[in-house]
Design a protein around this ligand. Structure first.
Ligand SMILES: [Zn+2]
Length: 232
């Protein structure tokens, strides 16, 4: 969110993309709805598909920009937004790499950070394991809050850290089940994405199939304007 109070283009693009990922998890992944997709990448974002199969975009299309929710262990970590303690600044893939001193990319390898972290986890490097589990726990605290709010049937974790599925998923699960009440968790599934790579694109195709992916439809998504005939 910019200081002027309106979401930045980058923020809106990120939120839009995670909405598409969420839709793809529901449509192509066949996951039960309501479905909450949490993408942990350079930041942390969420997409929600309702029980009716609609993407919840919020009044201004900015719903799901959860990376700026204050983390329980946020302390004084400075976020790019200018606030301190945002969960995205503490628990994103980028934050984990920074904390471990791993460059995100090199001249030879744009995915250097992801590969190096995966290698250290595979080697059971205790510092890397601790960093991922700590990030997952912080994320899980926020997910627990969202579970109380939206009562999803499925939570899907996506992004580079989801490749480290065992450590990530188990730590998020532990935080959610400790925090959220049984009524909201007894039928809840928390899993890493099973879809590969381009799930956001497939989500876009799903949207297109619903005649929403027209230029006007995209403009409406980005500006938050209501669709024609929408009752509110
Ligand atoms: Zn922030």
């Amino acid at each position: 969110m910019s200081r002027s109070g309106s979401p930045s283009t980058a923020t809106m693009s990120a939120v839009f993309y995670v909405n598409l990922m969420a839709l793809d998890e529901a449509v192509r992944g066949g996951m039960d709805t309501p479905l909450l997709c949490i993408k942990i990448g350079s930041g942390i974002g969420a997409g929600l598909v309702t029980a009716d199969g609609d993407v919840h975009r919020g009044a201004d299309g900015a719903a799901g920009d959860i990376g700026h929710i204050r983390a329980v262990g946020g302390h004084n970590v400075l976020c790019a937004c200018g606030n301190v303690g945002c969960v995205g600044a503490l628990a994103s893939h980028r934050a984990v790499l920074r904390g471990l001193g791993i460059p995100e990319s090199t001249d030879d390898d744009p995915l250097h950070g992801t590969r190096e972290l995966a290698r250290r986890i595979a080697d059971s490097d205790p510092t890397a394991l601790h960093a991922v589990r700590q990030a997952a726990t912080e994320t899980g605290e926020v997910v627990a809050m969202l579970v109380h709010m939206f009562n999803p049937r499925t939570v899907v974790l996506a992004g580079p850290l989801s490749e480290l599925r065992d450590d990530l998923v188990s730590a998020v699960r532990a935080a959610v089940y400790q925090r959220a009440l049984p009524l909201a968790t007894r039928k809840l599934t928390i899993t890493a994405t099973q879809l590969q790579g381009t799930s956001g694109l497939h989500g876009g195709v799903a949207l297109a199939a619903r005649d929403v992916f027209s230029p006007a439809g995209i403009a409406r998504l980005l500006t938050g304007e209501p669709e024609p005939g929408a009752g509110g």
